[in-house]
Design a protein around this ligand. Structure first.
Ligand code: ZN
Length: 327
């Protein structure tokens, strides 16, 4: 699954070993992923196919601007220690002048820049995408969780950046990175004598024209994942479901979710959308889906979600299963 295929060893046992972390950080081999306000350092590079596309840039620690925030230990790539650093406090002019310098030290990359993983994700190789997603997610938490939720005092980073503790010695409350569970589901309607199998896709008004995707929503307090699936599908499209089956999951650090992917079988077919949630929702057959383009390719009237998403994985999987069943 995209955004989870990293060969990185998270090396949890080293996080609480401050002396070893310091040695790793100061070693010449240490690599740093700088992150600026949620964007990651990339440059255009020729890929295996000979096309030029964005690729992750890691830099030696000594080449990175200083930061008032603690560096985060991401883990070991083979034996290379990898850290992430927030440059979010830099204003754009400072950042631009550093990027000009970085361009001269990274001659194999063109157009060195900070870019949005949500935009460039599908063009990255899976290892880069997974490491960048991890760094982005952890730094989002660091940048946004600065004060103790119990007493309001400032927090400081511990365990290589994988926890924070309150500066108030009378409190000492520890905070940990948050991941919000969201369910995402492909609702299907089995074939009948008169009609082929169909799946339910909807679209959000904010998406490009023609994009349809699986329904999704956040899990609420006090409900199971399966209940979340059934509630969201009913709320958004007025469709009742049964036989909710877990399929796969995907980290989705935009900003801090994990997508839990399901299939569910519809027991009703009459769609009534909630206009606050959806712009449209329809039933599609596998044959129809095979004629769709991909998100952003406007020469197609209908488009499927981005190739790096679990939504696309669930849809492609269903099309393939349908082909196998049909053959
Ligand atoms: Zn506190």
């Amino acid at each position: 699954m995209f955004y989870s295929n990293t060969p990185l060893d998270r090396a949890d046992h080293l996080r609480s070993d401050g002396a070893t972390l310091k040695t790793l950080f100061e070693s010449e081999r240490a690599l740093l992923l700088p992150v600026w306000r949620g964007k990651l350092l990339v440059g255009d590079k020729n890929n295996v196919a000979g096309n030029s596309g964005p690729a992750m840039i890691t830099i030696p620690v000594t080449q990175c601007p200083a930061s008032a925030d603690a560096d985060l230990f991401l883990g070991l790539l083979d034996t290379t220690p990898v850290f992430a650093r927030s440059l979010s406090s830099l204003e754009e002019p400072q950042l631009t002048s550093w990027l000009s310098l970085a361009q001269t030290t990274e001659p194999e990359f063109n157009a060195v820049r900070f870019d949005d993983l949500r935009v460039i994700g599908p063009a990255l190789n899976a290892n880069d995408g997974a490491l960048m997603a991890y760094a982005r997610g952890l730094l989002f938490w660091h940048d946004s969780c600065r004060f103790c939720s119990r007493c309001g005092h400032a927090l400081h980073s511990i365990n290589g950046g994988h926890a924070k503790t309150c500066d108030n010695s009378a409190c000492n409350y520890q905070s940990f990175p948050r991941t919000d569970p969201a369910v995402i589901m492909l609702v299907t309607h089995d074939a009948t004598n008169n009609a082929p199998a169909q799946c339910l896709l909807g679209r959000n008004a904010a998406w490009p024209k023609g994009v349809f995707s699986t329904l999704a929503g956040f899990v609420e307090t006090g409900e199971s994942l399966e209940q979340g699936v059934q509630r969201e599908v009913f709320e958004e499209a007025n469709i009742r479901t049964e036989n909710v089956r877990y399929i796969a999951s995907q980290p989705w650090p935009f900003p801090r979710s994990i997508m839990l992917g399901f299939e569910a079988t519809a027991t009703s077919t009459e769609i009534t959308i909630d206009p606050k949630e959806l712009d449209d929702a329809r039933w599609f057959t596998a044959e129809e889906l095979k004629t769709f383009g991909t998100w952003g390719d406007e020469q197609y009237e209908f488009q499927l979600p981005r190739t790096d998403s679990i939504a696309r994985f669930l849809i492609d999987r269903w099309i393939k299963e349908h082909e196998l069943t049909a053959s």
